[in-house]
Design a binder for this molecule. Sequence first.
Ligand SMILES: Nc1ncnc2c1ncn2[C@@H]1O[C@H](COP(=O)(O)OP(=O)(O)OP(=O)(O)O)[C@@H](O)[C@H]1O
Ligand SMILES: [Mg+2]
Length: 335
Amino acid sequence: MNILAIESSCDDTSIAVLKKNNVLSNVISSQTIHSNFGGIVPELASRAHINNISSLTATSLKIAELDIESVNAIAVTSEPGLLGSLIVGSSFAKGLSLKYNLPLIPINHIEGHIYSGCLEDDSLEFPFISLVVSGGHTSLFLVESYTEYSIIGMTKDDAAGEAFDKIAKLMGLGYPGGPVIDRLAKEGNPTEYDFPRSMINSDDFDFSFSGLKTSVRYFIQKNFEFPLEEKNKQNLAASVQSAIVDVLIHKTYKAAKKHKVKNIVIGGGVSANSLLRKSFLDLESKGFKIVLPKMEYCIDNAAMIGFLAIKKIEHTSNKFKDLTFKVSSRPMRSK
Ligand SMILES: Nc1ncnc2c1ncn2[C@@H]1O[C@H](COP(=O)(O)OP(=O)(O)OP(=O)(O)O)[C@@H](O)[C@H]1O
Ligand SMILES: [Mg+2]
């Protein structure tokens, strides 16, 4: 079974080729133009996908040493994301599916992140708790199988990645802010400033990060002048990162205890954060098995889309012949 997978939900165009669970290629073209605007410009994202998608597909097949005639099915991200970006990927996928008479498997991008830690090693036993921390989502899932899961908690306002990005903007740093804060935090003191850990002790598994952003805004206005000094940036970055990571770890730990689950998987762009990864691995001393995606599978990538498509083929009777599915921008929100 060879799968060609297409991911274009936001500002990364990615094409992967998988042979069963083996990733033969996973090319990602990240759009840098948005950094000039401090956030993603949807129209520019769609146009860049259009420019990239065809040649990236050729490159990915070439790296995999396969031609399109050897592909058995196509997988594509159908939701959630930017509508224009999703339409480019899904229209391209529908075209290939029609031309080569191949099954087409629409995949939810967030489900892709949920299982991305299992890519290349699917030996992890169900059930597990999955924390998806990305630019648009901060959600906890109780995952029973490749086809069954429930949302047990989610953010009530900003996602953790959004908080990193917005706070980085307040500090005058570049976009996306998460990687910049991660880098600066390595030189800073995480206990220098005491920022709020919203909802850390609430009885549910929900999150809230917008209060942190407001608190950092007022703190900076009151205490610093622009441009910020390097040491202040480092201490702010370390203190903010520590506040976000504390909540993510504490809530995930509580969810795993409550549901009596020993396996924890994380996914999404923020799962690349070095403190978050280290703090999760520290939970292994409490008897948990922690699965972290490889760095290339934290960011948006087509390999996770192809992997989940293979699991859906294996675990459902769907023949995936329906080419009429619609894309959707709606974030995964309901519990
Ligand atoms: N090392 C890091 N530390 C913290 N945050 C990071 C790091 N690397 C990336 N991020 C954050 O990850 C986010 C991007 O993740 P991702 O690409 O999965 O989001 P998205 O696809 O836009 O949203 P979603 O997956 O919810 O649709 C950005 O907010 C970025 O700042
Ligand atoms: Mg994503």
